[in-house]
Design a protein around this ligand. Structure first.
Ligand code: NAP
Length: 463
């Protein structure tokens, strides 16, 4: 743990195990509520004197270090999360980009000048706004992207000159700690960031309701997000929660591209991605051809040792999650779905599963299913597809494949989601665009520039 600028260890330890081999890969301290409060109080007291250029420099040099050490990061991510090394390498490359964009954003924090003479009483004034750091940001991150979920919060928080208290997932804290060490190696004042690890049942509420915190930025499940929203009280909140992410494929679509996108979105990171594809809504006229293409591509994927270079699908985070996915597949089949291929579980691994004829109300499509599944739901037309996407409680990102502009515009206008991606999947990502959901998918936006906005407050100065 990093408390008051010093790495400290406690005797109470939590073990991190490789989900594939079951072997121990490390241990971390388990903080107490008192240690969390202590860490937060000191991080709040610390006032950063870093200039925009210095923050740029720290983030840029950290990006270079992560790039140089990418093999170590890949090994660390894969061994603690079971992510296959192919996916882990993509995660590290993305972390480098996120850091570079954060560095650039540190130099772009600006305000406005406003002529106030829209009313008689203010005709001789001029106002300017500046954006100031929000203060102490509490960052709570999930297991599914052990590096990027941390970088996507710490990058903009540091760009905006905030202090941070980070609580990484208890399941994957080792990569997070390695990354914070890299920030400090590259000049970040150690008191500017605190890291606490431990059991959320013991420290979660103490952390979130702590009086020193000015903002909570949380990524994780809807259930924990809702609990945090109730516990945190009157602080700024960004909640990046789940989704039952849809890909819509219309009968005028480029089928080969749609299949390729479906495979990447449904099975990437073994299906454990918030913006992954959790259901595929296929027009009835092309369903047979689409499923044929999807099956052909799916059966080429290799499920195996995550550390092996030719593995496409590693493990889920643990056997409990794999059992849940297995249960959802069985439930859909019991309700009338056809299992076209896959769905076989061995410990924490599941072979990639295609289901057709999936009833619209089955849990596998209505809830967020975090596993390598491609449930196909037949739709009659664009209106039917859009109203079915809107029927769940989530609304993060939806992809639509169509070559008809009218259908693309209709979907863009009618879908109740944070982003509509035309001719790509919900997994589309760029650090330049806003990212976040509506409904139960969350509050606020990430995407570096937008996260910097969330992590700063506007001060107005009137002359
Ligand atoms: P989770 O169980 O909600 O956990 C997320 C984080 O919250 C972890 O660090 C967890 O600690 C911590 N936590 C749990 N209970 C807490 C409490 N009472 N107070 C404070 N913190 C608490 O989610 P997960 O299983 O790690 O991740 C999967 C979920 O994250 C999925 O729903 C996925 O969609 C979502 N996700 C969303 C996005 C997005 O950007 N929208 C991105 C990625 C993932 P422990 O891990 O130590 O329990």
């Amino acid at each position: 743990m990093l408390i008051k600028g010093k790495w400290v260890e406690s005797n109470r330890r939590s073990e991190i195990k490789n989900p594939y081999s079951g072997k121990k890969v490390g241990t971390v301290s388990m903080a107490t509520g008192a240690e969390v409060l202590d860490a937060a109080a000191d991080a709040k007291k610390f006032s950063s004197a870093l200039t925009a250029y210095e923050r740029y420099d720290i983030l840029m040099r950290t990006a270079q270090e992560v790039e140089k050490d990418s093999r170590d990061y890949v090994a660390s991510i894969s061994s603690e999360s079971g992510m296959c090394v192919k996916d882990a390498a993509k995660e590290v490359a993305r972390a480098v980009s996120l850091l570079k964009v954060s560095a650039e954003e540190a130099k772009r924090i600006t305000g406005e000048s406003i002529f106030t003479d829209v009313v008689e009483s203010a005709k001789r004034n001029l106002a300017v706004t500046i954006r100031e750091p929000i203060g102490l940001v509490c960052a709570i991150t999930p297991f599914n992207r052990p590096l990027n979920q941390v970088v996507v919060k710490l990058g903009p928080a540091i760009a905006a000159n905030n202090s941070v208290i980070l609580k990484p997932s208890e399941k994957t804290p080792l990569t997070a700690i390695k990354f914070v060490k890299a920030l400090i190696n590259n000049g970040l004042p150690p008191r500017m960031v605190a890291v606490v690890t431990g059991d959320p049942a013991e420290i979660g509420d103490a952390l979130v309701s702590c009086p020193h915190i000015d903002m909570v930025t949380f990524t994780g499940s809807k259930e924990v997000g809702e609990h945090i929203a109730k516990t945190a009280g009157m602080v700024k909140l960004t909640l990046e929660l789940g989704d039952s992410g849809a890909l819509i494929v219309m009968d005028d679509a480029d089928l080969a591209k749609a299949v390729k996108t479906a495979v990447a979105g449904a099975y990437g990171n073994a299906g454990q991605s918030c913006r992954g594809i959790k259901r595929i809504l296929v027009h009835k006229n092309i369903e047979e051809a689409f499923v044929r293409g999807l099956k052909e591509a799916t059966e080429k994927l290799k499920v195996g040792d995550p550390q092996s270079e030719d593995t496409d699908i590693g493990t889920l985070i643990n056997e409990v999650q794999a059992l849940e996915v297995e249960k959802r597949i069985a439930d859909a089949v019991n309700k009338g779905a056809r299992l076209v291929c896959g769905g076989t579980r061995k410990k924490a691994q599941i072979t990639p599963a295609i289901l057709t004829n999936v009833p619209r109300d089955a849990a596998i499509v209505m809830k967020e299913t975090f596993g390598p599944c491609a449930p196909v739901v037949t739709v009659n037309d664009i209106e039917d597809a859009v109203s079915y996407v809107n029927a769940t409680e989530y609304g993060l990102q939806t992809g639509i494949f169509t070559n008809d502009l009218a259908k693309a515009f209709y979907a863009a206008g009618q879908l109740k989601v944070g982003a509509v991606i035309v001719n790509n999947g919900p997994q589309f990502d760029s650090p330049a665009i806003p990212f976040g959901g509506v409904k139960k998918s969350g509050l606020g936006r990430e995407g570096i520039k937008y996260a910097v906005n969330e992590m700063t407050t506007v001060k107005t100065i009137v002359f």
